[in-house]
Design a protein around this ligand. Structure first.
Ligand SMILES: Cc1cc2nc3c(=O)[nH]c(=O)nc-3n(C[C@H](O)[C@H](O)[C@H](O)COP(=O)(O)OP(=O)(O)OC[C@H]3O[C@@H](n4cnc5c(N)ncnc54)[C@H](O)[C@@H]3O)c2cc1C
Length: 460
């Protein structure tokens, strides 16, 4: 029998799952249901008059295999591009300080490298980290920010760790699990590293040469289109799944969209929507107490990106971008000098810049309308560059609840959710940003693994 498969959510996770299922179950009839008018979710390449510009994710970690392997498999290797040599600066005390070398997600492997960021007293406090006894339970997890604050002092959290993590999680490191966010560091501590400095030093020494990040010339749209095309799935945009019901060994999905309301029948279901939307779908489907507790406990942050092309007369700092210390009183959290960071974009007529807003529990700035956000972005650039930018083109994109806070023990809770799903809703998989971690490689890995489990189950 040919399986019918419904994929709820046409972002990266849903499309990757559809693609993998089409490989593993070539007979399957796959339908992707996407609530919005476009595929890609947080991968959104817009058209500026001068060429493509990312409004959501702009890169991926190339040292992890998941995204690089998928790009190769889809024949997109020729479009891979890497950043140039410029590093970011940290905005602290009203000035830009180059990001110190030798840090691991903001954790120093050499405290002396932080001299530009910390006062003499703060530096001395951070240097005492190696003298403090460390209590660490192998296999355990703790809030990253609290541990770093206790050991290095709060200034290291505010001026290094939180700015580094803010772009990815939009949550302060006090709510993020050390093992979830920097697993290598937790493993170094498991192996007996005596303190955080030593653990960071171990990881920094193991770094392979070569670029850390990559992107696609032409934008993420290339990946989104290639996945949708190669999956052979029937794609229905403006189709919102509102409920999931088990009917014997199959499932029915209630969908509303442009064409009214209808029901999709499926043997296998992939739920690939952000946690706040996934939790009600799964839990109404069948008394999932663990999933309800675990998923509704995951907090999410919203953000907004103001993308700009500005006249080249503006004298941008000679950095790839600016990360903002959390003790700095400015409304934005990061700025990327996109065309400085990516040499393949530097031939565009203007400078490409992205200004990011929004932190967990601080949505005030996001209540501003698009014109006000754009004014804030322009004024941030004027302050950093010493003159007002001449804006050639601009676009604002808001991301509601898009960034999940991955707290301590998250992986254990997700494993419990998966066990409950397998028992109560066999043939239903949950994938996406808040399951196996945040970011493009994690989503690809999560979606492919879930698709393979479903295919194996069907073939069983
Ligand atoms: C501003 C921003 C910048 C980022 N930058 C990076 C970066 O540079 N590098 C990196 O690795 N990661 C980055 N990320 C994270 C990365 O983009 C995401 O982790 C990833 O794209 C999430 O993909 P997803 O498919 O799981 O979820 P989403 O992209 O959120 O897709 C979910 C889809 O489901 C749809 N949907 C929701 N509810 C329903 C429903 N009921 N029925 C049908 N469809 C529904 C949504 O419309 C959406 O299209 C960034 C994220 C944001 C927001």
């Amino acid at each position: 029998m040919r399986p019918r498969i419904a994929v709820v959510g046409g972002g990266l996770s849903g499309l990757t799952a559809a693609y993998q299922l089409s490989r593993d179950l070539p007979d399957a009839r796959i339908t992707v249901l996407e609530a919005s008018e476009r595929l890609g979710g947080a991968l959104h390449t817009a058209d500026f008059p001068s060429g493509p510009m990312e409004l959501g994710a702009e890169a991926f970690i190339a040292r992890r295999p998941e995204a690089s392997d998928l790009v190769t498999e889809l024949g997109l290797t020729g479009s891979l591009r890497h950043p140039g040599t410029l590093g970011p600066a940290i905005l602290t005390g009203g000035r830009l300080v180059p990001m110190p070398a030798g840090t691991m997600m903001g954790l120093p492997s050499e405290v002396t490298a932080l001299s530009g960021l910390l006062s003499t007293a703060e530096l001395a406090r951070a240097a005492r980290e190696t003298d403090l006894p460390l209590t660490w339970e192998p296999g355990g997890d703790v809030p990253l920010g609290s541990l770093v604050s206790q050991r290095f002092g709060p200034a290291v959290v505010a001026r290094l760790v939180d700015p580094m993590l803010g772009g990815v999680y939009a949550a302060p490191s006090s709510g993020l699990g050390l093992r979830q966010v920097v697993p290598g560091l937790a493993q170094a501590l498991d192996r007996g590293a005596p303190n955080l400095t030593a653990a960071a030093r171990e990881l920094v020494a193991q770094r392979r040469p070569g670029p850390v990040f990559a992107t696609l010339d032409g934008g993420y749209r290339l990946l989104v289109d290639a996945l949708a095309r190669s999956s052979g799935a029937l794609v229905r945009t403006r189709a919102t799944c509102t409920a999931l019901h088990r009917v014997g060994s199959r499932y029915s999905l209630a969908v509303t969209g442009d064409g009214g309301a209808w029901v999709e029948e499926a043997d296998l279901v992939v739920v690939a929507v952000p946690v706040p939307r996934a939790a009600p779908l799964l839990t109404t489907a069948g008394g999932l107490d663990t999933a309800d507790r675990a998923l509704s406990g995951i907090r999410t942050a919203s953000s907004a990106v103001v993308a700009l092309e500005v006249d080249r007369a503006l004298d941008l700092p000679d950095r790839s971008g600016v990360l903002v210390a959390t003790d700095e009183d400015v409304p934005f959290k990061a700025i990327t000098f996109t065309s400085r960071k990516w040499p393949h974009l530097d031939s565009r007529p203007g400078h490409l810049v992205r200004v990011s807003f929004g932190r967990l529990d601080d949505d005030d700035v996001l209540a501003s309308d698009d014109a006000a956000l754009t004014r804030m972005a322009e004024s941030a650039l004027a302050d950093l560059c010493g003159s007002a930018p001449l804006v050639l083109h601009t676009r604002v994109r808001r991301w509601q609840d898009a960034l999940a806070e991955i707290g301590p023990g998250h992986d254990t809770r997700i494993a419990e959710v998966r066990a409950e799903l397998a028992a109560r809703l066999p043939g239903v998989e949950l994938v996406g940003g808040a399951t196996e971690g945040v970011g493009v490689p994690a989503c690809i890995g999560s979606a492919r693994a879930a698709a393979r489990r479903l295919a194996a189950k069907w073939q069983d």
